[in-house]
Design a protein around this ligand. Structure first.
Ligand code: NAI
Ligand code: MG
Length: 495
């Protein structure tokens, strides 16, 4: 496990690197030869390139994954052997942790320590799934006299994983860990804004001994590489993390072939503070849950619902912390880094400007460091109070360092407001009242509810996924292994 970032390394690694796809165990450029420049969000400077793949590259990757699934050594491997390969990959990532952390940090603009946390998170996903590979039993089902019925867990086959740019290593870990543990083969399409660590992990998988064709990577734009992958007739299952709009497009594409999907589509996650909450414990957690990764986190705690009697106290304490926050380049390892690209920075600024124009009170604003390079995509953190529950700010995923406070009167209104968005990914309840902890946790429509804590990004063991527009299917924990496999019933008539 890596314990601290090496900032000098963060600045220099990957210079001039011309990254390739990984198809059938080989590093290959796009067949067209086209590339996409890779720039760091911290200064806009280009430092590498990735293939700009299209349908021809996707076809080759899916064919390699299909061949590995049907006929390669992978097809005959026991669950124990798959688990051992996953442990070997975990170890390889550990041996290369410094390089990977630095690369992730530079590619996505993450503060250096977040790159470290992401490498450790990815390792934990591979470790968990390595250990789980030979432990998920099927069932024997009581049936008619003279019969024995089994329910087997079988891999889907070729799994396509379409991954976003906010936590590439961690999301790769949770997708690939579970899919490979269950015996599937993979084609991963990382995000065009942060593909480098995914390519590196696929290289490490080969070094760890994964047979060729098991772990393929095709980089490129969503419309050119992601779309043909999700519509591919030889892909058996699609897993996606990203925006609801793209999720709808991917589901429609997968529906052409009636394929199963797992969709993790973000949230507008509330943290509810009742008057008896331990504010001292809550305060750093509330701030971190929206500032971590610049707020570009599906499980960001982007709404604070506060009981009216403590509203002003909470507002003052949060404002003090928010006004001290500084956005800095990733190498400075500050409170937060830049956003991933200009489009995201503009999008977040659009939400902030619209809320200000509508007269929403600004309780505090942080700053962008004076040392931040002009080519970077920086946004200052903002804390809004008295947010209109019907406004875009209260209802839509901003995906930036923007926190909304809303006041409530009583438990019923707290629950109503918590549920008053289209999303339902994560929530938190802060209260010392045991009965209320249970009542509120049960009443919130959300895939995870934390009581007196918050788990932005954490919890490899915990099932994770959405209600409502946050998506469907579950990742992480043993639930992920069920999603990454299908039940086959075998019925013996033995008289
Ligand atoms: P996106 O959802 O469009 O991109 C995510 C991935 O999907 C990337 O790999 C992209 O290349 C791929 N993709 C895009 N269009 C595709 C298509 N038609 N077919 C197949 N794959 C496709 O997200 P984007 O545009 O980068 O960000 C927009 C907003 O989405 C953000 O502001 C944020 O609100 C949300 N988002 C949420 C994430 C989460 O973790 N829940 C992660 C990333 C974005
Ligand atoms: Mg990048």
């Amino acid at each position: 496990m890596l314990t601290k970032p090496d900032n000098a390394y963060t600045r220099t690694v990957g210079d001039g690197r011309r990254a390739t796809n990984i198809i059938g165990g080989k590093p290959v450029p796009a067949r067209s030869g086209a590339t996409i420049d890779v720039a760091s969000p911290s200064d806009g400077a280009v430092f590498a390139s990735i293939p700009r793949s299209d349908g021809a590259d996707v076809d080759a990757a899916v064919a390699a994954a299909r061949a590995a699934f049907e006929t390669g050594p992978w097809a005959r491997m026991s669950a124990l052997e798959r688990g051992r390969l996953l442990f070997a990959l975990h170890d390889k990532i550990g041996e290369n942790a410094g390089e990977l952390a630095a690369l992730e940090s530079r590619d996505a603009g993450k503060p250096a320590r977040q790159g470290v946390a992401d490498v450790n998170g990815a390792m934990r996903y591979f470790e968990f799934n390595a250990g789980a590979a030979d432990k998920l039993n099927g069932d024997q089902i009581p049936f008619l006299d003279g019969y024995t019925a089994l329910a087997m867990r079988e891999p889907h086959g070729v799994v396509a994983g379409i991954i976003p740019w906010n936590y590439p290593l961690q999301i790769l870990g949770r997708v690939a860990g579970a899919a490979l543990a269950m015996g599937n083969t993979l084609v991963i399409k990382p995000a065009e804004d942060a593909s480098l660590t995914t390519i590196r992990v696929a290289e490490l998988a080969l070094e760890a001994g994964f047979p060729e064709g098991v772990f393929n990577v095709v980089t490129g734009y969503g419309a050119e590489a992601g779309a043909p992958l999700s519509a591919h007739p030889d892909v058996d299952y699609v897993t996606f993390t990203g925006s609801p709009v793209t999720g709808t497009a991917i589901q429609a594409a997968a529906a052409i072939n009636n394929r199963g999907v797992t969709m993790e589509l973000g949230g507008k996650s509330p943290q509810i503070l009742f008057a008896d909450a331990d504010l001292e414990a809550a305060m750093p957690v509330l701030v971190n849950a929206i500032i971590q990764n610049g707020g570009q986190t599906c499980s960001a705690g982007s709404r604070i619902l506060v009981e009216r009697s403590i509203h002003d106290t909470v507002a003052a304490q949060l404002a003090e912390r928010f006004s001290a926050l500084v956005a800095e380049p990733h190498w400075a390892d500050g409170d937060l880094g830049p956003l991933v690209n200009a489009v995201q920075a503009d999008r977040v600024a659009g939400f902030v400007d619209a809320a200000k124009a509508a007269g929403t009170p600004v309780l505090a604003e942080g700053q962008v460091s004076g040392d931040a390079p002009a080519g970077g995509h920086y946004v200052a953190p903002v804390l809004f109070g008295g947010v209109d529950p019907e406004s875009d700010l209260a209802r839509q995923e901003v995906f930036g360092p923007v926190l909304s406070m809303l006041a409530f009167d009583g438990e019923d209104e707290a629950i109503r407001l918590a549920n008053a968005t289209d999303f339902g990914l994560v929530a938190a309840v802060w209260t010392r009242d045991g009965g209320r902890q249970f009542r509120v946790a049960r009443a919130i429509r959300s895939g995870q509810v934390f009581v007196n804590c918050y788990g932005a990004g954490g919890g490899v063991e915990l099932p994770f996924g959405g209600f409502k527009k946050s998506g469907h299917g579950r990742e992480k924990g043993l639930e992920a292994l069920r999603d990454m496999s299908a039940t086959k019933a075998i019925i013996f008539n033995h008289g």
